[in-house]
Write a protein that binds this ligand. Structure first.
Ligand code: SAM
Length: 357
């Protein structure tokens, strides 16, 4: 009789239980992130793929990322565009440049534009609202996502009324002490979490998220992040490895691991079947095939860069960022081909969360 591998059966059982209960213990999370064998990782990924394909099919949504300003008033210890980085070459795109990125994006098949930037005081609420209105007027079938940091309830309300329907704000870490190790005292995790609750209350599709492998991060912290996500029930979860930037206080810290990030993507897919889950550029930077591996571990979104090529090399959150020299059209062709190669189809739709369609 064939000898059964009881360890493997036990692992499969645990993954099935996780899928059924949508809960994970600290022990299992730690095991998955740090000690699972290749075979066990494949069991995990295969369950995550099964769930992702049941909800979304073998499709991948595109988000056109427009990095419209790298001015920032904050001083996060990990970030290459932090205020104190005097080596950063600062830029901000004009309204016309941003609109022309959207025109190009729609031609390429994008139906979501993500406007991301540092917290740049030049971009007042009036300017942001005017911009959002102009984009929606020219591209009424496209979704506008903002990712411009912590604002007041009233500001978020204004952006929503102007037509923005999604907002990305990674909470970075749900643990207050850990938050204080990554940020100056002027910033608080509690406020960032409150912003996410406000955004959700206003009616945005909301994305939270973390970096994997930030200094002092423990598995307990990641479990706290998961618990926070279970409470918030975000529509999107953005995770990527922490990657050091040479002009930040964390310049000598080790990079986060692509393997851990991919394993966590699979865990998140299993715990949050309907969530929009990007395979990020940081993951593609940490591992040349990181985005493909992320999709095969349950992610269902990729975010090609639509920023003009002359500023791409300036939006450097971390060292070694990929795709800084390519035109939007090249990135588009390349990413679509990469997805086709692994058996997935990029779809030209807005890619809303299933509860919003
Ligand atoms: N200012 C907006 C905000 O605060 O949400 C958006 C821009 S911020 C630079 C976008 C995200 O980049 C952050 O939430 C953070 O998780 C990520 N990031 C910053 N520095 C990073 C680094 N060194 N490695 C990986 N990701 C990083």
């Amino acid at each position: 009789m064939e000898k059964r591998d009881t360890n493997m059966d036990g692992f499969t059982q645990k993954i099935e239980e996780m899928a059924e209960t949508r809960q994970i213990s600290l022990e299992l999370l730690d095991y998955i992130l740090h000690r699972a064998t290749e075979e066990e990782r494949e069991i995990l990924f295969s369950k995550a793929r099964e769930i992702s394909q049941a909800v979304f099919g073998k499709t991948v949504y595109l988000r056109g990322l427009i990095e419209f300003t790298n001015y920032c008033k904050n001083d996060c210890y990990y970030c290459g565009i932090r205020l104190s980085n005097k080596n950063a070459s600062r830029y901000r795109l004009t309204r016309e440049e941003i609109l022309s990125c959207c025109d190009k994006g729609e031609e390429l098949g994008f139906r979501t534009f993500v406007l991301q930037g540092g917290e740049d005081p030049y971009y007042t609420d009036d300017r942001i609202c005017e911009l959002v209105r102009a984009i929606k007027e020219k591209h009424p079938t496209c979704a506008v996502t903002l990712s411009i940091g912590e604002k007041s309830y009233e500001s978020y309300q204004r952006y929503f009324e102007a037509g923005a329907e999604r907002y990305l704000l990674r909470h970075e870490t749900a643990n207050e002490e850990h938050y204080a190790m990554l940020h100056p005292a002027s910033l608080s995790g509690a406020h960032r979490k409150q912003c996410l609750r406000d955004l959700k209350k206003i009616g945005f599709q909301v994305g939270c998220g973390i970096m994997i492998g930030t200094p002092h991060q423990t598995t307990e912290h990641i479990l706290e992040d998961i618990r926070f996500m279970q409470e918030l029930q975000p529509h999107m979860i953005g995770i990527g490895p922490f990657l050091a930037h040479k002009d930040t206080p964390f310049r000598d810290e080790p990079n986060g691991s692509a393997e851990e990030t991919i394993a966590l993507l699979a865990v998140l897919r299993i715990l949050f079947p309907k969530v929009l889950l990007p395979a990020t550029t940081a993951l593609g930077t940490a591992d040349a095939f990181g985005r493909e591996k992320g999709i095969l571990a349950g992610a269902n979104v990729i975010m090609p860069n639509l920023s003009p090529v002359q500023v791409r090399g300036k939006y450097l959150l971390y060292d070694g960022k990929i795709c800084t020299g390519e035109e939007a059209a090249e990135c588009n062709v390349c990413l679509r081909a990469r997805m086709t190669k692994i058996g997935y189809e990029v779809v030209d739709s807005r890619g809303d969360h299933p509860d919003f369609t």
